[in-house]
Structure formats: C-alpha cells, structure tokens
Design a protein around this ligand. Structure first.
Ligand code: TRP
Length: 336
C-alpha cells in the first residue's frame, strides 16, 4: 500500500498573506512527508469572478513559486497548474450532469459572492464547487486539508461521490473515492490587523489589514505600527472583549514557534509599544527565508517551468486514468 493522497489548491489571485500561510500552507508543509501530495494552482477557479487576463499567468507562477518558497518539497509533493490538466474541466462537465442545481444554490460561499455581483453573476461561480470536487476526485485523494470556509464544499464533494457511485458503480467497486477533510489543529485562524473580528482576507480593500508574504521589512514595520490595538495594559489570550490582542499574540506565537503558555507569560505585563517591536522583528525574521527562497525561484524561470511541467505530466497520468474510469462507468465509448 502506498501513502495516502492529499490534495489542495490556492487561487492565483495575486499575493498570499499570513493567513494563507499560517492557516493553510504551513500545515501542508508540516504533514507532507506522511502523504503523497498534490498541490495545484487553481487558475480555472480564478475566472469565476471577474479577472485580469494581463496578470493571470504571472499570478499563477507567483503562487507556484510561493509553494516552493514556503517549503513544499518535491520529494513528497507534486506542484501543478489546474488548467494544464484538461481532465479537470472534463470531469466537471460529467459531474455537472449528476449534481442537482439546488445543492449548488445552497452553498454559503456562492450566496455571499453572488450578492456582491448582482445581475452579473456567472454560471461558473455557481459551478465552482463542482470544479473543486473534480480537483479532489481526479486524484482519488484520501485527505483534503480545509479551513472552515471550505468545509461545505468538501461535504458537497462527498455527496457527489456518493451519488456518482450509487448511479454508476457496483456497491463493492466504487469508481470515485470518498475524501475526508483534514482538519488542522486549533490556533491558526489569522484575523485582520484592522479588525480582530474579521478574517485576514485578500479581498479586504485595505492593504493595512494584512501582511503579505512578500512584504518588505519596511512595510511590515509600517503595518504593525498602524495595526489596531486597545487601551488596556498587559496582554492576554482569549479575552472576547480583546479580539485584536488575541490575534496579535497568536501571530507572535505562531511566528516565534513558542507555546501559548510561554507567550502568555512573556507578554502578560507588556505594553503595546514593546510588544509591537517584538512582533515586528519576529515577523520579519520568520518571513525572511521565505522571501529569499522566493527570489531564488523567481530568478530561475526555467527551473519553475520544469517543476510545473513535471507536475503536469505526473498529475495528468493519474487524472486521465480516473476520468476514463468515470466515463466507462457512465457508459461512454472510449476511443482506442
Ligand atoms: N476553493 C478553495 C479555496 O478557495 C481552493 C480550491 C480549489 C481547493 N480546489 C480545491 C481546495 C481542492 C482544496 C481542494 O480555498
């Protein structure tokens, strides 16, 4: 028996921030040696909202380079671009035709994003979760690392698997594998620097609300200097009246590698001034190796392209095989 498979993806919408890193990618890096991993840059998902054709390709390379910079290791993991493997689009069509419309209309993320778009909402946005299901199912993934906001999409993926297998497979010979969520340990939900009750997000209009992985040190100094705090002296975790305090302590804990207890003791009598200096320095030091590695990768475009080419070939063989199995199960003729 080989290792179990993990699949996950990030959309190429520009920069990654600390929330993406601490909440997702860092966990992938930690667990990668136990699994066979597929990390894709989901550029087909990126066009479910209005996008910029002039930057899509560059943004895709940036995310792939950041995967490497954050420590995704090619000994355990395959990195590839979703649109390079056409089976993603093709399986999506097959699954579309067995997915009830109302399952998609009930998705929370769809409802939230659709409101913002009004009349212009595309069929693609509604179909987003079926494309995500295809990403997962093509690789027969056992585990999918997901945050809170993607849990419902994974549940939908499981519903689609059950429906597909029920319709087209013998009970003892499922065609598609039922994936399980891989829920991470607590403590990695990173909140906005300007509002401790909201998640750090790419779509927040204020740059001051987030730290991007590629922010230079002077930006980090500036953003931490400006970030929201409160007038109370002494810093504590888990006080519901102090969401910013909890978030900044959590960031310090995650970036310093110290335990919660150590941080609680170290910071209990600190004022905001000294704590901000400490957090700034810790953040700059933690991001430095990622930024250096990123530069090295970006300076050698040929290397990055070869990583993505290898990833594509490896992924494609597996994906095409699953796609063929699904088509056979559905009764298609397969060209010889
Ligand atoms: N929808 C995911 C997100 O926005 C990205 C994604 C696409 C994904 N396909 C996936 C995540 C497959 C996990 C598995 O975070």
């Amino acid at each position: 028996m080989g290792r179990q498979r993990v699949l996950s993806g990030v959309q190429p919408t520009g920069n990654l921030h600390l929330g993406n890193y601490l909440g997702a990618i860092r966990n992938w890096v930690e667990i990668q040696s136990q699994y066979e991993n597929f990390f894709c840059v989901v550029d087909l998902h990126a066009i479910t909202m209005p996008h910029n054709p002039a930057t899509l390709a560059d943004d895709t390379y940036i995310i792939a380079a950041l995967y490497l910079a954050c420590g995704i290791d090619l000994n355990y993991s395959h990195i590839f671009v979703q649109s390079h493997v056409s089976a993603h689009s093709e399986l999506t069509w097959l699954l579309n035709c067995i997915t009830p419309l109302n399952w998609l209309q009930d998705m929370i993320q769809y409802k939230e994003k659709a409101v913002k778009q009004g009349e212009n909402v595309s069929v693609g946005l509604l179909d987003y979760p079926v494309l995500m299901a295809s990403d997962i199912l093509l690789y027969q993934a056992d585990k999918v690392p997901v945050g809170e906001d993607q849990k419902q999409h994974l549940e939908l993926t499981r519903d689609i698997v059950n429906r597909f297998n029920h319709l087209f497979a013998k009970p003892d010979q499922p065609v598609l594998k039922l994936p399980e969520p891989l829920i991470r340990k607590e403590g990695a939900r990173v909140m906005s620097l300007t509002d401790g009750t909201r998640k750090m997000s790419k779509s927040d209009p204020s740059e001051l609300s987030r730290i991007n992985l590629l922010d230079p040190p002077d930006q980090i100094v500036y953003k931490i200097k400006r970030c929201k705090t409160d007038p109370i002296r002494g810093l504590t975790f888990d006080d519901p009246a102090r969401p910013e305090c909890n978030n900044l302590l959590t960031l310090y804990m995650l970036l310093s590698g110290k335990t919660k207890e150590e941080v609680a003791v170290e910071c209990q009598d600190m004022g905001w001034g000294p704590f901000k200096s400490l957090l700034t320095e810790t953040m700059i030091n933690a991001l430095k190796p990622i930024q250096e590695k990123y530069q090295t990768v970006m300076d050698d475009k040929g290397y990055l392209e070869s990583v993505l080419r290898d990833g594509k070939h490896f992924a494609e063989a597996i994906a095409n095989n699953t796609l063929t199995q699904a088509k056979i199960a559905m009764g298609y003729s397969i060209p010889l």
